[in-house]
Structures are given as structure tokens and as C-alpha cells.
Write a protein that binds this ligand. Structure first.
Ligand SMILES: [Zn+2]
Ligand SMILES: [Zn+2]
Length: 217
């Protein structure tokens, strides 16, 4: 069992149960020192995010902690990660072609929900706001994801920004968010997955209509 097997075990656990494996579960086949080494390698390569006690907190698009979203499939309930991650789930999970994504507008606290499918973007006037530019997304990726939210409208985004005196990040409609999420995580459930290099990432972002300094393009 190598590092890639550990990565896949983490993803399989998230897919099947909605949560990451515990350290005890990961040590079923290899020793604790090897598990810890594999987790450190995976975190260093940005495949996963570890918490203070070395536990798995995120394996994008999955999250072990609440970040403002829930995502309900036919048999499984996930913390949805951020807006991008929540909208990605039906695309990544062949057995879950429709996922009910729910959240609360950070601007006005209204409850919001969409049936997100692989067929077409959900209809609606809501917008996504991403606060942290791509160049800084991994400085603190949990905080980055926690600030990639869905709002009723641009007015609610502006209210949220005004109350915190923080500069606007990037606002996109539901269709753009859905396109961004649709193929971004392709391959993560497959053995031998390679993360996109910057050139491939740029090509993907442009293909879904995202450009400009926020995206590093
Ligand atoms: Zn609102
Ligand atoms: Zn995220």
C-alpha cells in the first residue's frame, strides 16, 4: 500500500460515508508511521488538508468540517465544502447524478437550495462570491473555501463586504459556477491521479469563461 493507495482510501471513505477515514481505519493495512508519512506527503502535494492533530480535514471537493454547505445525495450526506466543491459533487460521483445543495446567504441569512445535476446548471438569480484570489488560495485553504459562498444577489454580496470592510473578490452567476465545478475534479477517484499544472489549470479556467487578475490570468 503506497501513498496513492492512502489517497484513494481517503476519497473512497468520503464518497461512501461522507467522512474521511480515521487514523485507526487507515492503519488497517500499513503501520501508523507509514500512514502519517503518507498523509504528510499528500498534504504537501495539496491532495488533502490536515488538521492540528494530523487528521484529514479536506480532500477536495470533500470536507470533514462544515464550511456553510450541506449536500444530500440518494444515500449519503456530505458537508459540501465551498460553493465550487458542493457544485462539483454530482459531476464527480457517477452514482449521484443529482445532489441537493443547501446553504444560507451570508448577506441576509436566507435559506437557499438547488438540485445540482450533471445535465444543466440550476436556474436562479443567485450568485457566487469568491473572496480570495487564486494566487493566495492555498495560503489558508480552509478559510479560502469558507469564503467561497452563494448569495441571493449582488446586493447581498455587497452588504456582506461592507459589513466586514473587505474588498470584493470575484462574483459569478450559477451557470458559470456550475461550469467551473463540472470538470475541475475529474480523475480524483482514479488511481494515478495527477494534479493539473498551472498551464492546464489556466486552459480549464479560460474554457469555462473565467479570466482576469483574480484568476491569475
Ligand atoms: Zn441574501
Ligand atoms: Zn473549496
Amino acid at each position: 500500500m503506497d501513498t496513492e493507495d492512502v489517497r484513494l482510501q481517503i476519497y473512497r471513505s468520503f464518497v461512501d460515508t461522507g467522512r474521511p477515514p480515521t487514523l485507526v481505519e487507515l492503519t488497517a493495512q500499513i503501520g501508523l508511521d507509514d500512514v502519517r508519512r503518507a498523509l504528510q506527503q499528500l498534504a504537501g502535494a495539496r491532495h488533502i488538508v490536515l488538521g492540528a492533530d494530523g487528521e484529514v480535514v479536506m480532500a477536495h471537493p470533500f470536507s470533514a468540517v462544515p464550511l456553510g454547505f450541506s449536500a444530500m445525495g440518494r444515500r449519503t450526506l456530505w458537508w459540501g465544502g465551498c460553493a465550487w466543491d458542493s457544485f462539483a459533487l454530482p459531476h464527480l460521483l457517477p452514482d449521484e447524478p443529482s445532489v441537493l445543495v443547501a446553504t444560507q446567504c451570508p448577506g441576509c441569512a436566507r435559506a437557499l437550495a438547488w438540485d445540482v445535476t450533471t445535465m444543466a446548471p440550476p436556474a436562479g438569480p443567485e450568485v457566487a462570491h469568491f473572496l480570495t484570489p487564486v494566487s493566495a488560495m492555498w495560503d489558508d485553504v480552509v478559510t479560502t473555501c469558507a469564503n467561497q459562498r452563494l448569495y441571493c444577489s449582488e446586493d447581498c454580496v455587497d452588504r456582506w463586504l461592507r459589513e466586514r470592510s473587505v474588498p470584493r473578490g470575484y462574483v459569478m452567476d450559477l451557470a458559470t459556477l456550475w461550469r467551473l465545478a463540472s470538470g475541475w475534479y475529474d480523475g480524483r477517484l482514479t488511481h494515478g491521479y495527477q494534479r493539473r499544472d498551472p498551464a492546464d489549470a489556466a486552459t480549464y479556467l479560460r474554457s469555462v469563461g473565467l479570466e482576469g487578475p483574480f484568476w491569475g490570468l
